[in-house]
Ligand binder design. Sequence first.
Ligand SMILES: Nc1ncnc2c1ncn2[C@@H]1O[C@H](COP(=O)(O)OP(=O)(O)OP(=O)(O)O)[C@@H](O)[C@H]1O
Ligand SMILES: [Mg+2]
Length: 350
Amino acid sequence: MPQTPTSSELAVSVPPQQQGPLLSVRGLKTQFRLDEGLLRAVDGVSLEVQRGQTIGVIGESGCGKSMLARSLMGLVRPPGRVAGGELLLDTGEGPVDIAKLDPTGAQMRRIRGRHIAMIFQEPMTSLSPVHTIGAQIAELALLHRTHDRAEARTVTEDALARVGMPDPRRAYGQYPHELSGGLRQRAMIAMALTGQPELLIADEPTTALDVTVQWQILRLLADLKSQLGMSMLYITHDLGVTAQIADTIAVMYLGRIVEFGRAVDIFERPLHPYTRKLMQAAPAMGKRQARLDVIRGTVPVPINLPRECPFRSRCDHAFEACAQLPALKEVEPGHTVRCFLHHQEVERDD
Ligand SMILES: Nc1ncnc2c1ncn2[C@@H]1O[C@H](COP(=O)(O)OP(=O)(O)OP(=O)(O)O)[C@@H](O)[C@H]1O
Ligand SMILES: [Mg+2]
């Protein structure tokens, strides 16, 4: 007799491989028009997010990680704007360029939550202080999942249970301030998952928590990701975290991807001098403090910078060619680097 799969077996089954990436980011530029000049927060980022893939986005403060995330969500606020590029999202009915949609329009509001959702470092970015956790999640359940109020309550309690809320019924009626930091973070994750997004963007969701809770949340996200078969973009400045959660790594510097590849390749063969410095600066196992002194200087503010290698001013290996901008080149299958040291011949990014 054929075995009927249990609901938990069904939950872990990965969706069938569909053709093409879930999201193609092509030449994304996000800029702020300031009195001081044009600030290039994201300056020509291209990457593909495959179904079920977890990309760890890593880089120092100010490298453009959050602006990349906010651009994908249509959450860039003036004076910032997405100034160029394409964000092709496969919605199941062919790719839609979400960079061209009105960020406040109905179509983008549906995509946000249903296709792409985001969790932030500070849960109060998405939780309202004046409504109960249950009311906030149920509202999203009514938007994305059901028109029935009783069912929305069930969906909400299930979501709270799924993220490990000790008492989902009680949490339903609580206000965010009544929960600990770790539980608030769990509530925000439940909220982000309500629309059953295909891509979850996590922007440093654990940095405000103490170390034990950080690892619990990381574990939870890894479990949810594999249960739900989502893709994830996990933003962090902590290489140890990417080692735990990411299968692919994008290293960002000054609004650009400078190295991209499978996590094993990046950890075994980091090629860009910036990636190597980040690895040297990573805290030793069991130590909390990163050795930031390893990378000399600070990330410049990306206003009126010359079109040269973005890392030139801080690099120990810079030579004449670095006065031009290197192209992001594939050096082994799936491993690309933006550095002339690893180009057979100088290839600029024009
Ligand atoms: N609202 C804003 N107005 C002006 N400039 C901004 C604004 N938000 C970000 N920037 C600038 O955009 C660039 C990228 O910032 P972003 O917040 O994306 O960095 P990040 O990599 O997320 O850093 P962190 O690790 O500190 O979160 C920085 O130079 C930053 O100063
Ligand atoms: Mg940030």
